[in-house]
Design a protein around this ligand. Structure first.
Ligand code: ADP
Ligand code: ASP
Ligand code: MG
Length: 820
């Protein structure tokens, strides 16, 4: 004998019922089977909603009822379609209509008296399984399959604890064996979830209780196997609806299954395990829609795949955390007894308890729905102590969830809780309370409900996918550099995944007009078209998406030069979202803002990186920070940091005019559209300021000395055109600069210097032999004179401008974060 249970989805559509029937036929060839069915998927909830509406005198209950009606009728229609069995269909239709009329009367009654007692609720909820089992038995019979329906209410005897009745196993087991002994049918169909009390009143076994019905029957009959057929291929490493990478667990021990189901793995109703565990009957969880998948087998002993100590993760939502604290508790026995007794009397289930060893507080988790009642109760029980200020009134926090890490073998492994909490911490998941069972089979943490998805995904990655780490990028600014970055990501993704086990995903993209966000990762082949069709851009809107998605390892990448964008880094960092900035404004603006960003980055464990602010892709800032971190001290920095000024002074000589060279630089994109930004030295000043700050100096831009080589005329020009005209007018002056350098066999370079806490920029005549002398094209050079490099500087040199190298600098920052 085997017992099979089919859940709501399995019996929720014509298509699935047909699948169920073929599974039954197959299995009935091998042995006798008892088949327990749930209500049609979602019907129990609809019944409850209808009842609550009726009870609240809301006529909308009729609409809900009609939905229940049409759902069942549609299934019947589908099952008989094309069968030619008109008579059988009509008979079933009449039977169902009769039952549905009964249901309607009951709902009308609730509406009239305006009351829904637990007793009436059970009567009402029992309709779901009664209807589904009636439909299935008639379908089986109409297809000449040898099957009989037995109402479980005549077998399962309970107490009068409505909605969650407790089974009298002695009476129940006797009823079950008596019935099955006299039964000769290969297939016995039974409604799940429903039962009756000693006095004949209808009761139910708790939401999800059809699994339990099946387990009770399996145990009573000493069945060979209990099969739970559902809509997923087994018990997964975690809820597959929340974590896409979740995978079925092939084997589990009973205890692990209990812990997982108890802590939210809804696929198995927790009490189910107990009856079958006593008889050592294996539970097999299978997918009706994919019967060939192996599913999960739950047995006494799990020797087969015990490699990973963590077997699953689960979550329970809608939790309230109650904290009772006060000096009056310390060392005084009996507080917890009074507390828990009061809750037990009111049947308030405690899901988690922690008490600090100082005994100053007890903290416990219960269902949100019980919180208000529990608070009144406890404040009343401890009224005296609260009045004497020995205890504080109980503190209630709601909107919480519990997540749990489960595994039999966790007890023999060190470091699991360390990994669990550091993973959560890294992802800015705030932990409100922690509990670890003495069996060490379960470590639970209470967190905010909005963090559950992120927490489960990060933990899943940590414990089950150690191989890859997902990085979620939100990129703003998709101009020249942005596009190159996206190209590089597209090109390198597979390589980075294979070699570094890092899964780079672009989840958000924005320019000044549009923003595109896709939780599954944006398709990098068609991003331009998709972006152009997406929603209107807004800085706050983009941030809200990132915040709401709450994805692990999120990184905001700013490839704009916009000061509004630079202002929003704070918001990202506060959400533990790392920031990679190509934009120089944040680091070269007000020092307080720079300091604040650095401090937030530490506090929220989110990186703030801006390597491309100086020398594009050259590793200048990274090198500097490593020097500082290892205890070196910067004495002097000398650098040529402007690709545009290099281009200009490399090409300017007595054969050309200053005007022509600057114009060419502008036209070829080596300067900003307004070349004054480069020529005035402000851009270089910002860069050296950042280096000074990174060397540990609190310094502002206006403290920098800037030797301006432009003429007063040029500085005073109102427009870019006026500025260019001054270059023509003042050609003789610019030629004199060139001549003076040439006479000394020097090259003109615009140099940035930082020495002894002071920074300055200016045009310099560089003699032959100096490392700056032969600097070509767009190259930058930085020389660090430090305590460890006092005479011969450490030199970094190479292209310091250009979209491709700047994008690779951003890529490097992203990889630094990913490897962190
Ligand atoms: P049924 O109606 O068949 O009894 P349930 O809805 O009660 O099905 O249980 C199956 C559902 O349990 C799955 O669809 C899935 O969303 C949820 N679930 C939660 N945690 C897990 C888990 N760890 N493994 C598998 N399913 C899970
Ligand atoms: N129909 C009941 C419920 O939805 C029992 C079950 O499906 O297991 O809770
Ligand atoms: Mg279920």
């Amino acid at each position: 004998m085997k017992v099979l249970k089919f859940g709501g989805t399995s019996v929720g559509s014509t298509e699935n019922i047909n699948k169920v029937i073929s599974i039954l036929q197959q299995q009935a060839e091998e042995s006798n089977i008892a088949v327990v069915v749930s209500a049609v998927g979602g019907i129990t909830d609809k019944l409850l909603e209808a009842a609550n509406l009726a009870c609240a005198k809301d006529e909308a209950y009729i609409t809900k009822y009609n939905k229940i009606w049409s759902k069942h009728n549609k299934i019947i229609e589908g099952l008989f379609e094309g069968s030619g069995l008109k008579q059988q269909e009509d008979n079933l239709h009449d039977l169902i209509t009769e039952k549905l009329d009964e249901l309607k009367n009951l709902l009308d009654g609730i509406y009239l008296i305006n009351e829904l007692s637990p007793k009436t609720k059970d009567k009402l909820l029992s309709f779901g399984e009664t209807l589904s089992s009636t439909i299935i038995i008639h379908t089986l019979k109409s297809r000449n399959i040898d099957a009989v329906l037995k109402n479980s209410q005549e077998l399962i005897v309970t107490d009068l604890n409505y909605n969650n009745a407790i089974v009298d196993f002695k009476a129940t087991d006797k009823n079950i064996s008596t019935f099955f002994e006299s039964n000769s049918c290969k297939i016995v169909l039974l409604p799940g979830f429903v039962s009756k009390a000693y006095n004949g009143e209808i009761t139910t076994l708790g939401r999800g209780g059809s699994d339990y019905t099946a387990a009770i029957i399996a145990a009573a009959l000493d069945a060979k196997e209990l099969q739970i057929w559902t809509d997923v291929s087994g018990m997964f490493t975690t809820n597959p609806k929340l974590v896409k990478q979740a995978a079925p667990i092939t084997r589990l021990s009973y205890q692990e299954a209990v812990e997982l189901s108890h802590f939210g793995a809804k696929v198995l109703y927790p009490p189910t395990v107990m009856p079958v565990l006593k008889k050592n009957i294996p539970i097999v969880i299978k997918n009706t829609m994919e019967p060939e998948a192996i599913g999960t087998t739950i047995t006494e002993d799990d020797q087969l795949n015990g490699d990973s100590p963590v077997r699953g993760l689960s979550n329970i939502d809608n939790i309230a955390l109650m904290t009772l604290q006060g000096n009056g508790m310390v060392g005084v026995p009996g507080f917890s007894k009074r507390l828990f007794e009061a809750l037990a009397q009111e049947k308030i289930n405690i899901i988690l308890i922690t008490q600090s060893s100082s005994e100053h507080s007890i903290c416990f988790g219960i269902a949100d729905s019980d919180a208000e009642h529990a608070k009144e109760l406890i404040d009343a029980v401890f009224e005296y102590e609260i009045a004497l200020q020995k205890l504080d009134p109980i503190v209630v926090e709601t909107d919480l969830s519990i997540i749990a890490v489960v595994g039999d073998k966790m007890k023999s492994h060190q470091g699991i809780s360390g990994k669990m909490f550091s993973t959560l911490g890294k992802n800015n998941v705030n932990i409100r309370a922690i509990a670890q069972g003495a069996s060490e089979r379960n470590i639970s943490a209470v967190i905010h409900k909005n963090d559950v998805k992120k927490a489960l995904n990060s933990l899943h990655e940590q414990f089950f996918e150690i191989k890859t780490k997902q990085i979620n990028l939100f990129i703003t600014g998709v101009g020249n550099v942005g596009q190159r970055l996206i190209d590089q990501i597209k090109q390198q993704r597979a390589y980075v995944k294979e070699n570094f086990k890092i899964n780079l995903r672009v989840v958000g993209l924005s320019n000044s007009r549009f923003m595109l966000v896709n939780d599954d990762g944006i398709d990098l082949e068609n991003w331009k078209e998709d972006l152009a069709k997406s929603e209107k851009a807004s800085l706050n809107g983009f941030f809200d998406h990132a915040k709401t998605l709450n994805l692990r390892n999120s990184v905001f990448v700013d490839i704009t030069a916009n000061d509004e964008v630079a202002k929003i880094y704070v918001d990202y960092l506060k959400q533990s979202i790392s920031v990679v900035a190509c934009n120089k404004i944040a680091c070269s603006g007000n020092i307080e803002y720079y300091n604040e960003l650095k401090q937030l980055s530490r506090k929220y464990n989110a990186s703030f990186l801006f390597e491309t602010n100086v020398g594009a892709g050259l590793p200048v800032i990274d090198t500097l920070s490593h020097l500082i971190a290892s205890g070196d001290k910067i004495n002097t920095i000398q650098a040529v940091l402007s690709g545009s000024l290099n281009f200009i002074f490399n090409n300017f000589n007595s054969e050309t005019t200053f005007y022509d060279v600057v114009k060419q630089a502008q036209e070829e994109g080596y300067t900003e559209p307004d070349p004054r930004i480069d020529l005035s030295g402000i851009d270089v000043a910002r860069k050296v300021l950042i280096l000074a700050r990174e060397s540990g100096h609190q310094i502002e831009l206006n403290e920098l000395e800037s030797d301006n080589f432009l003429t007063d005329n040029a500085m005073k020009a109102d427009t870019v055109d006026d500025f260019f005209n001054t270059l023509k007018d003042d050609e003789a002056y610019y030629q004199s600069l060139y001549k003076s350098a040439e006479d000394k066999n020097c090259q003109l370079k615009f140099v940035a210097e930082f020495d002894n806490g002071k920074a300055k920029v200016g045009l310099k005549e560089i003699p032959e032999g100096h490392p700056f002398y032969n600097l070509k094209g767009k190259d930058n050079i930085v020389m660090f004179y430090t305590q460890r490099y006092p005479e011969q500087p450490m030199i970094i040199k190479g292209a310091g401008a250009g979209a491709e190298v700047t994008a690779s600098g951003l890529f490097a920052d992203i990889m630094r974060i990913a490897n962190n």
